[in-house]
Design a protein around this ligand. Sequence first.
Ligand code: NAD
Length: 911
Amino acid sequence: MIGITSYGAYIPKLRLERMAIVQALSWYAPAIMMVADGERSMCNWDEDAVTMAVAAARDCLTGMDKQQVEGLYLASTTLPFDDRQNAGIVATALNLPSTLLASDFTASQKAGSTALLTALESVKGGARHNILVAAADRRETRPASFYEMWYGDGAAALMVGDSDVIAEFKGSHTVSYDFVEHYRGAGHRFDYTWEERWARDEGYGKIIPEAVNGLLDKLKLTMADIDHLVFPCVFKAEHRNIARKLGAAPETVADNMHGECGETGTAHSLLMLVRVLETAQPGDRIVVAGFGQGCNALCFEVTGAIADLPPRIAVSGYLARKKSTNNYTKWLKFRDLIQPETGIRAEAPNQTAMTTLWRKRKMLLGLVGGYCRECGTPQFPKMDICVNPDCGAHHTQDDYEFTDRPARVKTFTGDLLAVSVDPPHKYGMVQFEDGGRLMADFTDCDFEELKVGLPVRMVFRKRADDPQRGFVNYFWKAAPAPGAAEEMSRISFAGQVAVVTGAGAGLGRAYALELAKRGAKVVVNDLGGARDGSGDGSSTPADRVVEEIRSAGGDAVANYDNVATPEGGEKIVRSALDAFGRLDVLINNAGILRDKSLIKMEPANWQAVLDVHLHGAYHVTRPALAAMRAGGYGRILLTTSAAGLYGNFGQTNYAAAKMGLVGLMNTLKLEGEKHDIKVNTIAPLAASRLTEDIMPPDLFERAQPEYVVPMALYLCSDACDRTGDIFNAGMGYFSRAAVMTGPAVQLGSGESLPTVEDIADHWERINVMEGAKELYDLNAATMDLLTPVSEDAGTQKKPAQADGGADVQAIFDAMAGTFKPEAAQGVEVVFQFLISGSGGGDWSCAISNQTCTVEPGRHDKPTCTLKMGAEDFSAMIGGRLPPMQAFTSGKLKIEGDVMKSQLIEKLFKVG
Ligand code: NAD
């Protein structure tokens, strides 16, 4: 049996929103609006047909033995070299055997299907057993043309062979006509196109049906026997018409992918075929047609072997890995359709020495390094002496391919001065996980995405163009591994150990499940008593949650101790240390209710509630604190309630206990400070057995505990640098609650005692809360009381940040005063500052007509947005943190026009 044995695809990450083209050019060509839906795929500046073919071929070679490949057919009409075998570059980049037959197929849109058919017939003839077919195109189009809208960039690859066939080749039918609806003359950059209706009615509409019907006749099949009909056609309506003419049911017709990526030239029929193969079932019959100066129609039948094909990225994977942009100017630059100034640095000679390229071809095109036979150390480049200082063996290096080895960013730089099509030029050290490192350029990412430790994948790209000599220089670059940047910024508890009390139900269970899902090892504590704390308790609730965690692949142990006793608290923490050896996170969550108005509140009910909530938190936190101090890290979450923070009839015991926890936090935050132990408090609102008879039924339905989980887990994560704060959380709503203190008023002369009448006389002033502050601790509160503000200022001061945080408000208050109007001649710019952390907030600073306006809040159209933590911001403004260092260390993030941010130093007196 002969046929397709594997498939792969590649679609560049960048997608240009078609509306961006319309927005830029509809004043000139309003008709393009008709096809403006969706996005088209767009090569990065360093991608071309060769690099995309390499990427698709790598996908196709997943799980295959490269040494078995005996032929490589590359199809494209946009090959970088007219006379240098482009397939040879692809073969060298893939490290395929030098004994293979490499050939370029070109000069027609059906070259992809021609290469596939030629490969199938070659294998059928028995001369070769495995031929790799790759097709790729990056076609040039004139701005504001329909073709700019219709086309996309992409590649597909298929392995053709005579064993492990996943789609058996059943036959083909070809028609060849010199039908010219478009052409590209030799040496011309753009296609010349004839009228669309000519292409549609006389070309696609007649020639594709002729080839497909011819194939069906030959195979004695009808359209009813075909499960998938694959043919490209940029005209949406004509695509439907042709299918109708052929009698194909709409559900059997493969989508032409206009909305998601556009038509990818010679690759497109193969790309659409790969997409069909991704979901095809054994027994499915597929007809695929490639159009261009005639048409090739091929028929395949899917076999059972398709189920055994190892997973790969393919079309669906690449469609999902996308970054949409509406930056049409970037498109123009990447396509070299505009030539902005590049400076004299761009004139540096970049001639490639053919001698070196030949001698070092494996290294330069194949990323082949060395592997020491003596000590097993990989290195790049391969050399005569092993780099391992403990080895240093001579002439012991075997070839070692680095292309598919897992790697991470070790260092990185964004260089705004270096010549780059997409500044800043991003490069740095890449460390391979199995050993070996390499100084490489980074591609397919913004500078902000780069982080030390970020997993990367090596990709074959253009390093530089040499237009003078018509040469393209290729090398390997590092691109963030798919999903790696998101994964890096994902809040994780991997390697951490958490104790959650009262985790057998309600909120505690939800916290425990999510902590385990994010990698924590969890102690699920629950006494299993009644809602009011009565009864002997039960192991069932804790066991059930542990089972849930384990069956989802997590790690947890149960604990049934009572938080209300010192021994119980000790044992709960001991469970964590015995089972997992450390403790990083404690959530004090266990709770009961015994509601009664104070008159009816017997001491036992008062005591029981305080025992579980307030004393319980003390009993567990004390040994937990000791364990966290030993580890030099900890996150403690206490659970308060709106009943305590604000009051609720019939809950004096509960409210007292819950507010007592706030007092516990206020002091514990100070005691944990130097050990990196942060203590915060959550006031949840959630449906549970504690609230089932309190909450109105419709609210109860909507208030799932899972809505509280994000805040609780954030406060317990190492991403949280806050301590001593209270947060409300419920039903997707979040807010911060705080004890605020109004401005102090000094009564009496300072020598004489104030009188009761003084209080009465100044009652209104003492009650003023304008200018109220949060105060970090008792010392700050005492100092604040003893430094009263003047009578006027007391009522005018704006709310400020907690003492201990940076005085960001004061910086912005003073900013206009440090403005240098003489430096702002002709400058129109809006800086938006988003300052996070204690004392932070949003401020905008607009410079226009040599005046500076600073306002709180967000501006509609900032030129650039600067994001920073409050402490770092105050250090930068105070001259203690150089702005460039803040930027390169990631402390200062800038969005929008990065270059304009550099004006800040010029426009203001800093330091
Ligand atoms: P819940 O009753 O579903 O969960 C509390 C869990 O704590 C129960 O499984 C219970 O068995 C356990 N527990 C009780 N006493 C214990 C003890 N002595 N030792 C160990 N475990 C014990 O209630 P929930 O609503 O999930 O409440 C969790 C926490 O949130 C409580 O502290 C509660 O006061 C607080 N809270 C809840 C809400 C809300 O809207 N649900 C509002 C404010 C505060």
